[in-house]
Design a protein around this ligand. Structure first.
Ligand code: 13P
Ligand code: SF4
Length: 309
């Protein structure tokens, strides 16, 4: 069996040969993050995807993120380590019910979380990520009714933050964040009374109510780094520990296990491995290939989101 260092060397060599950039989400394993040109949350990766000169994007995250990179880079080759790395939010929001909603309620502005399929994005008026969802909803005229999809917890959080009454919310959930029980957080707070609580807005309302800070993956990292506190209870995917320790050396981070896996790992994000990354750079497969028409339609709400300041 080849060592991690040998595989990593081959990946770096393939990156050069292919004129490739490696984008990695914070939830990726440390050995993948160490090779990445950019590590970020979904908004940062969407922005960075179009800012480089090269031929290939190797996207280490989940499929919808790679699709987003492809829409922003239609002429570049976008490859992923594992085609099966999806997301429970994408799987829980098929396009047909969205089309039916639009037929029955044409007056609604459809705001879709970036964790959706390309088909759902193409039906949307504007996209958002967990980092800019409040700003995106606030950018829509107050008298326009909004359909927010698919994450129910994020939708409810945004509704509260914006005070927007005319907002319907889809019933999708993230299997990782939505299954963090508030009572386990309460136990962790009892165990680490000096710790601040940080949470991703995909967590249940009862968890968010106990948080000192709610934000996207990168916002959580920035907040912990800037905080005076030496210790944190982190209500998100445990892959973020690597970035937290780099951004805030010496601080302590405690993760709470959810009810899905009795851990805090995203099973989809963890499908990627160094070997699969090497193989996708060798073969340029699995590759994101999307019909032009759908890319053109999905680009419109994506560009609208990127224009929101
Ligand atoms: P971020 O936008 O915070 O990276 O979240 C993406 C995600 O999938 C959270 O589970
Ligand atoms: Fe999807 Fe949840 Fe995994 Fe994020 S953590 S990719 S929202 S299943």
């Amino acid at each position: 069996m080849l060592s991690t260092a040998t595989i990593a060397e081959e990946i770096l060599e393939l990156k050069k040969q292919r004129r490739a950039i490696l984008l990695a989400h914070h939830y990726q394993e440390p050995e993948i993050q160490e090779l990445a040109d950019v590590i970020g949350d979904s908004l940062e990766l969407a922005r960075k995807a179009r800012e480089f000169a090269g031929d290939v994007i190797a996207f280490c995250g989940v499929w919808f993120m790679a699709e987003t990179a492809k829409v922003l880079n239609p002429t570049r080759t976008v490859v992923v380590p594992d085609r099966e790395a999806t997301c429970s939010l994408v799987e829980g929001c098929p396009v047909e019910p969205v089309r039916e909603f639009k037929r029955n309620h044409p007056e609604y502005t459809v705001v879709s979380y970036i964790n959706t399929s390309i088909e759902v994005k193409a039906e949307s008026d504007i996209l958002c990520t967990s980092r800019n969802a409040v700003k995106v909803v606030n950018s829509i005229p107050a008298d326009r009714p909004v359909l927010f999809l698919p994450d129910n917890n994020l939708g409810n959080y945004v509704k509260k933050q914006t005070g927007r009454e005319n907002m319907k919310i889809w019933q999708g959930t993230c299997i990782v964040h939505a299954t963090f029980p508030a009572r386990r957080l309460a136990d962790a707070r009892a165990q680490y009374p000096a710790a601040k609580v940080v949470a991703h807005p995909e967590c249940p309302e009862a968890v968010l109510a106990m948080a000192d800070f709610v934000g996207s993956t990168s916002a959580i990292i920035e907040w912990c780094a800037a905080s005076d506190a030496p210790e944190f209870i982190v209500m998100t995917e445990s892959g973020v520990q690597y970035s937290l320790e780099r951004a805030a050396p010496g601080k302590r981070f405690h993760f709470v296990a959810n009810e899905q896996c009795n851990c805090s790992e995203c099973p989809y994000m963890k499908m990627n491995s160094l070997e699969k990354l090497r193989d996708c750079l060798r073969r340029l497969e699995p590759r994101v290939e999307l019909p032009e028409e759908i890319m053109r339609r999905a680009l419109v709400p994506l560009e609208r989101m990127l224009a929101v300041k």
